[in-house]
Design a binder for this molecule. Structure first.
Ligand code: URA
Length: 480
């Protein structure tokens, strides 16, 4: 029996080199034993031999699909995976099309292993929760996770990309991954006792989870499949799952008992993620305080401060912009710069009193690139809009406006939870689960128009859109 020792559990290159050498020496799979360094048997007590096999000059080809499959399947926890992969490689030499036979036991087994690894990777992406250690600019974010398979190195680049501007460590029992803003590095695994358990962001996670939890759509089995119980202990929001399930049973019972409502119009799909009414409403002052420490995306680093929404507690209308600009970033208030002045003028012409409007932004930190002394506005990306959306959802749940006005594409994406073209959706009210929405352009768009005629025309259209809002507000006030 030939004993092959690999450097570690994920040593694909070591496996590949050894497998090629073994196959070229015609050593049958049943005559090979695979182990990982540190787990070698006592050679004197076993019948294994470690024959030095010279690397033959000859080569052979296997389908590229096999290499891709093997690279993933080798990360499976099954100790037999190296042997099964070698057996498959051995058989592929005789039948180059073997991978096409999905019912072949080796093909099926390796495919299932690769699938399980990918599923585990997906779960890790979804269920890692960082906790802040240290404060402000010295913060480091640490998460504890227990993967089923050897996936930490596979999954780490996702986190480096997603949380590029925040230094983080993911601790696991086998291997730990670290990101310092430049490169990912790995160190040996640690015990759970080293992982932090609480931080200031826990409440944000819980509220976010409560806000996206839709009792009418609850399928406990499907939910547990998506979020298996074994991950619950590391999730801040896990403490809410049982109460929310219990509450859901009660709420849906009440919903069934109520008179049937009108069938959904197709347009309603637009606001599928607007489940704000199920969120526990917070006080705006509390939200503002929490958001001041938000690190959900990297924009906080260069911004002066979080610019949270402001306006009356029970405003009839909630107006959403894109993100604070230079002036707003310094003042800590939304729409106080040139775009804000144009907005004030248009609101007044449309008959809407700004002091009665709750004004906020889809993204609550100023995103810019420095150009000399100027800070040039940069459009927020979809991940940044998504990272900030829980704040909007919580503002919505707190204010409960009759109407949401989305100014521009970023605001519309935030309000509807998906990219929503302005021109196709402006000029009329759109139904939301609760209340209505109106989509129109952003005042900065008007400021940027170079042609004076076009500017005047577009400004007029903007005012006309706002008049639709004003008209609706008048009617709903009367009806109240
Ligand atoms: N543009 C916005 O979208 N929001 C502001 O607060 C200022 C400019």
């Amino acid at each position: 029996m030939h004993l092959i020792t690999l450097d570690n559990e994920t040593d694909f290159e070591g496996w590949r080199k050894a497998a090629r050498t073994l196959a070229l020496h015609d050593i049958r799979p049943v005559d090979v034993r695979w182990v990982v360094g540190g787990h070698e048997p006592d050679l004197f007590a076993s019948e294994d031999t470690v024959l030095p096999l010279d690397a033959p000059q000859a080569t052979f080809n296997v389908p590229a699909k096999f290499v891709e499959l093997a690279q993933v399947a080798i990360l499976h926890r099954d100790p037999q995976r190296f042997a099964i992969l070698y057996r498959l490689l051995w058989r592929l030499r005789a039948n180059h099309d073997l991978l096409e036979i999905a019912t072949d036991p080796d093909v099926a087994e390796v495919t299932a292993m690769a699938k399980a690894v990918r599923r585990d990777e997906h779960k890790m992406h979804a269920f890692v929760r960082f906790r802040e250690v240290g404060r402000e600019r010295d913060s480091h974010y640490v998460a504890w996770f227990e993967p089923e398979h050897h996936i930490v190195e596979l999954a780490a680049p996702f986190f480096a990309h997603r949380f590029a501007d925040m230094p983080w460590s993911i601790l696991t029992p086998e291997i730990c991954a670290h990101w310092d803003g430049h490169a990912v590095s790995f160190t040996p695994g640690v015990g759970k006792a080293l992982a932090p358990t609480e931080d200031r962001l826990e409440d944000t996670w819980r509220s976010y989870y409560a806000s996206i939890f839709n009792p009418a759509r609850l399928k406990v089995k499907a939910m547990e499949k998506e979020m298996p119980k074994k991950y619950w202990r590391n999730l801040p929001e896990a403490s809410m799952i049982r109460p929310l399930i219990a509450e859901a049973a009660r709420t849906t019972g009440a919903m069934i008992a109520k008179a049937p409502t009108e069938p959904h119009k197709p347009q309603k799909r637009l606001e599928s993620s607007m489940t704000h009414k199920s969120a526990a409403a917070d006080d705006i002052a509390t939200l503002r305080e929490e958001a001041a420490h938000c690190r959900a995306c990297p924009l906080w680093k260069d911004a002066t401060q979080t610019v949270f929404g402001e306006g009356p507690k029970h405003a009839q209308v909630l107006l959403v912009g894109e993100q604070p600009g230079d002036k707003e970033d310094l003042a800590g208030k939304p729409f106080v710069g040139p775009a804000g002045q144009m907005l004030d003028r248009a609101l007044q012409e449309a008959g809407i009193d700004r002091s009665k409007v709750y004004v906020t932004n889809a993204v609550k930190h100023f995103k810019f690139v420095p150009r000399g002394k100027i800070r040039l506005h940069q459009k927020p990306t979809t991940p940044e809009i998504k990272a900030c959306r829980p704040w909007y959802e919580r503002e919505l749940a707190a204010i409960k406006p009759d109407l949401v006005v989305a100014l521009g594409a970023t605001a519309a994406q935030c309000v509807f939870g998906k990219i929503t073209p302005i021109n196709k959706n402006r000029g009329h009210l759109v139904d939301l689960d609760e209340g209505k929405a109106l989509v129109t352009v952003h005042p900065s768009y008007l400021l940027r128009l170079p042609d004076a005629d076009a500017k005047a025309r577009e400004y007029q259209r903007f005012v006309e859109d706002l008049k639709i809002a004003a008209d609706f507000l008048r009617k709903s006030r009367r009806a109240a």
